[in-house]
Ligand binder design. Sequence first.
Ligand code: SF4
Length: 423
Amino acid sequence: MTDLINEHIARTARRQFAGAMTFSGDETPILEKGGDGRERLLYLHVPFCESLCPYCSFNRVVFDEAVCRRYFHALRKEMALYGEMGHDFKAIYVGGGTPTIMADELARTLDRARKLFSIAEISVETNPNHLTPEIMSILKQAAVNRLSVGIQSFDDGLLKAMGRYGKYGSGEDTADRLSRAMGHFDTLNADMIFNFPGQTEESLRKDIEILMEREIDQITWYPLMVSDSTRREVSRTLGQVEFRREKQFYDLIVDRLLPKYAFSSAWCFSRRKSMIDEYIVDYTEYAGLGSGSIGYLKGRCYANTFDIEGYIGSLEEGKLPLMASRTFVASDMVRYDFLMRFFGGSLDVEPIIESYGWRGALHLGGCLIPFILAGGIRYRGRRFFLNRRGRYYWVVLMREFFTAVNNFRDYCRNDGNGERHER
Ligand code: SF4
């Protein structure tokens, strides 16, 4: 029965999210103006990596210092254009790629962002080999509050299969570096993956123990989320991606981490409440800056060009590097709101009904029904709450949402010239 419900939720979500991520060439790409006082998140993308991992569907390219410096310069210009359009942001999330690949350029960019916008929180992703005293000191001076380290697993066999052992060292090396980084930031987060081909329950159990022994502030444990083309590549090189094992692994993680850790979202577990967790829950809209970034502002989803030289060139001419945008219809907006508002585990129906009226209520009902039928939700005081089962279904929905985003990235990369596309 659980498999059937999973399958139904995944299949429906796959179809709906794929539709939402379809950009028509008919719409001239538009960036909405700011100035409405609403608090939003600023996402900055840094696509450079020392080398590329085979399972990765993110927008990333091999590092080149000269290009990277020009890229950061362009990123600062793009932020200035957002400022001129009246946008303001309360928080920054820098993702990649490897954002810390040129820590001096990153720090300069964050300083500029703090001058342009009302930034209160900064979160940055990094890799284990960048947990050095020099880089951490630069990040602290740049007021980074939360550092999120891409670990995936401590299992040497899996790290070799992922192509990370040679780059970032053994699981033991990574665990030591993580221990030394503790206490330097408000929140140190470990990014982990479950349901990787070849991963066993025993290996996952050991990963959990390593993190718990070290009392890491926060752990985000993602299911393997790959685009359709990357899934084929992963199956060919590393083994079949088996979604049937996913719930079993998820249950194991939750059983071991609670009650020492609390849910910050269905896949994020914190030892203590941090402000950062709250902003992730609160900001349902965000601007996406950097090559290949996707943003969502005032009901419009938009994407920047994936072509790095095209991105830099546009900004050198003082133009936004927009590639495509799409105005969400009411059902897309409600579905998106449903997903994001449930990030923290509960959903207040009133703002959705206020924003979208009775049609919104109908669409919201459509989103809620599978969760209600599966016994994954309870209702109290005008709020819906995800229970343990419902949290896993939310993970399935998010996995499908990010798969749709990854498929969209693949589609754009295949074109490679940064022009608008028909799908
Ligand atoms: S997993 Fe991280 S380090 Fe590896 S290619 Fe993707 S973004 Fe780069």
